[in-house]
Structures are given as structure tokens and as C-alpha cells.
Design a protein around this ligand. Sequence first.
Ligand SMILES: NC(=O)c1ccc[n+]([C@@H]2O[C@H](COP(=O)([O-])OP(=O)(O)OC[C@H]3O[C@@H](n4cnc5c(N)ncnc54)[C@H](O)[C@@H]3O)[C@@H](O)[C@H]2O)c1
Length: 450
Amino acid sequence: MEFLSDSPSPRIAILGFGYIGSCLGAALAERGMSVVGIDSDASMIAGLRAGRRAVPEPGLAEALAPLVASGRLACTTDYDALEDADVVLITVGTPVDGNGALLTAQLEEVCRQLAPRLRPGQLVILKSTVAPGTTRTLVVPLLESGGLVEGRDFGLAYCPERLAEGDALAQLRELTVVVGGCGPGSTAAAARFWKAALDVPVRIVPTADIAEIVKLANNWWIDANVAMANELARFCALFEVDVMEVIAAANSLPKGDGRVNILRPGAGVGGPCLTKDPWMTWRTARDRGVRLRTVETARRVNDAMPEYAYEVLRDGLAKMGKDLASARIAVLGAAFKNDTGDLRNTPVTGVVRALLAAGAEVRIFDPLAEKELIRSQVGGFPVDDLDQAVRGADAVALLAGHRQFRDLDLERLRRRVAMPCLIFDGRMHYRPETIRRLRGLGFGYRGIGR
Ligand SMILES: NC(=O)c1ccc[n+]([C@@H]2O[C@H](COP(=O)([O-])OP(=O)(O)OC[C@H]3O[C@@H](n4cnc5c(N)ncnc54)[C@H](O)[C@@H]3O)[C@@H](O)[C@H]2O)c1
């Protein structure tokens, strides 16, 4: 049987309509496909139907609203919507426990719901990040428990999601999709699907296991690279050298198929992926008797960065004759990275907690995150706008470099804060000429390794 045979515009169901699911749903529906997002979170689905934003990704709410209104994109909690789909994408959460072991409850539940509803010819694509072998040893038997057989009646492929939050919609239109099917028919069908659906490059790998490891390798690389950048920053600080000058020059060296590409240091690594996927990799290896030291070292280096950021800020203030215990700090950006409002595992929490413990007053402004969530997940005192955050501040800590913060009016800032004020650049945002200008205006400036 050929899966997804000749339909020019396949109907798509997305199981798990959270961050990834809703971004994918918007991208596919915008390309003209009929999409249904299925999620067990009834209040989130009701909110989406009412036009409320569920996921703090820039541009997503604006993209979803007309698609939902026109009916091209439907959202439901009803699994029966699966039966009409030609392609089923699985994008449920795949968290790990405190020891890095993959928790498969969400994945198992959707497979149990899908199994009795599968029909011949359907193509199922798992996108959630999983440990090697999960598609083959967990998903296949669960789906086959409904009576149909993979490779004969339905297709199954693993295609990792590799987008980065903050730029998700653009990346979905460009990123190469890695395809590893459970068999040749599934692989070919999934490759055809992504080419037709998003018109993106496709990279076929021989098995689903390989595709699963590709995703883990990508996040292993990112986490280890950032850890190296973070330690390089701490190294440069010992010599009062700007780490960004070092990185810019070091990255000019050709190596392998490209160049050295040291990423940016920063006040910490957070989010829903880099904080867990490397541990999933580590744990899978440990269960087989192998200890992956680069994984655990990188995780520990990156986890220590909020504390280091706090120390740099504290010492910078002290050098300006200010005591943290009576200082007012404006935190700009609460999210775990630039241009998203996602607060999951945000390293800003660690910085804010340390500041509060030292007795500082901390006001936080993040235009992309909800105030209530900032209050419960990060702490401090969330405010509505930049002016409220910076008024009377002894230090302004840029902890997520959102677009809104990129061109701050420095003269205006100077009139609002309590000069001399420290600018703490936790995201290596400012270029040397701006740092010189800041200093010329009487600000202090500190960054990670700057
Ligand atoms: N967020 C990212 O930047 C990113 C990037 C690449 C890959 N991933 C991977 O993609 C997957 C999804 O991540 P996410 O950030 O979108 O997670 P998420 O928590 O935002 O979304 C998961 C959704 O699945 C829903 N769900 C859970 N159980 C369900 C069930 N039984 N039936 C229907 N829906 C159910 C949840 O309600 C939730 O809305 C994870 O494996 C993650 O590691 C995430």
C-alpha cells in the first residue's frame, strides 16, 4: 500500500497542539492545507477558538486568528477528528524525570487514542523528541494494537522538530526536515509530504532510530557549544578581554565543512528542550553502561550561569559604590531566550531569586510573557511597561534580548534611572561602540565575559 497516495492537499491532524503543534498547524494551514489540532487541554482549545493566544511565539496569534476564523484550521479535544486525516503529526510533550529518563505517558496516551482510529493508507509522523528506538519499540506496537500493520496498512516515520522558538514560523518554511521512516514506503511518503506541504529541503536517513539520534545530537551540540562559550567568557573575564571580540575572530577559522562557530555566552540556558534533551541522551547511554561526560559537564556549566550572572551584576554595582541590598534592579526580559515569551525553565528565575535573596527590589518587564506567569514562575515584581521597570533603577539587567529592547533610547533611559546606573548585558546584546556610548553617558556596563 502507498501511504498518502495521490492527495494534492492532504488533510492533517496534529496530536498535541502546544508550542510546536500550533506553530506547525499555522504553517501548514497557511500553505492551504486543512488542519485540525487535537489537544487534551480543553481550556487551551476553548481559548484558541475564542481567538486567545495560547503560545507566546511572535506572529503566531496573528497567523492563527484568520485561519481559525475561516475554518481552515480547527481545534478540538475530540480524537475522532483523527479519522478524517491523511497525515497525523504527533507533537505531544516528552519530558524527562529527575534522572533524565524519558516520560512517555503523553506519547503512549495519544498512540492508544490513535490506534483504534487508524485507517489504511494513513501516514503517521512522530515529531516529539524521544530516546533512540522509541518509534520502533514503543510507537509501532501501540499503533499496531488497533489491528493495522505498519508498512502494510499505515506508514510511520520519525521527523524531529528542530525549530528555535522566537523565529518558529520563518524556520518552519526553511529548515531541512530529517526523515527516518520505519520502512521504505513510510520514508518515501514522509519525504513527499514535507516537500509538498512546506516546500522545504528533506534529508532522508536510513532508519527512524537515526533520525531520533539526529535530534539529540543537534541539542547536544548546541548545549556543549554554549557551555564552551560560557566558560570562554569566564576565561576572558580573568584578562578583562571582551569575549565577543575573541569569538568573532575565532569564528573566522575554516574547519570541517564550515567554520568554527562558537555561539554566544549568556546568563543561562533554559527552555523546554536544552534543559532536558541532553539529559535524555545521557540517561539512555548510562542505561547501557556508558557515561557521556560532555553532556553532563555542559549541563552543569550552563546551569551555573544564572548564579555567575548574579555575581557579575553584584560586583558591577559594588564597583559603582552601590549595595545590592538597597538596590532597585530593572530586569528586561523574563523568557528563556530572545523573542519568545516562553518561561519554561527560564534561567532568569535563578538570577531574580539570587537578587531577591540579596535584598534587592526587582521589577521585571517582558512584553511577550504574561505578568501572572512571570509572578508565579520567575518571582519579583512584574510591571506593564519599560518606563515602570527602569524608573529609579540602580541597574538594568537585559536578560532576554527581545526586539523591543534592541534600540533602547539611552538618553531617555538615563533620565529615568538612578545614575550612575549599571547596564548588565546578560545576552551579549551591545556592540563595542554602544558600550563606549553607554559609558560616555555615565552608565556602568558589565556583560558575561565583557
Ligand atoms: N518548544 C520547542 O522549542 C521545541 C523545539 C523542538 C522540539 N520540541 C519537542 O516537541 C515536543 C512538543 O514540545 P512543545 O514545546 O510543543 O510542548 P507543549 O507542552 O507546548 O505541547 C504539548 C501539547 O501536548 C498536549 N497533550 C498532552 N497529552 C495529550 C494527549 N493525551 N492528547 C492530546 N494532547 C495532549 C498538551 O496539552 C500540550 O498542549 C516535545 O517533544 C519537545 O521536546 C520542542
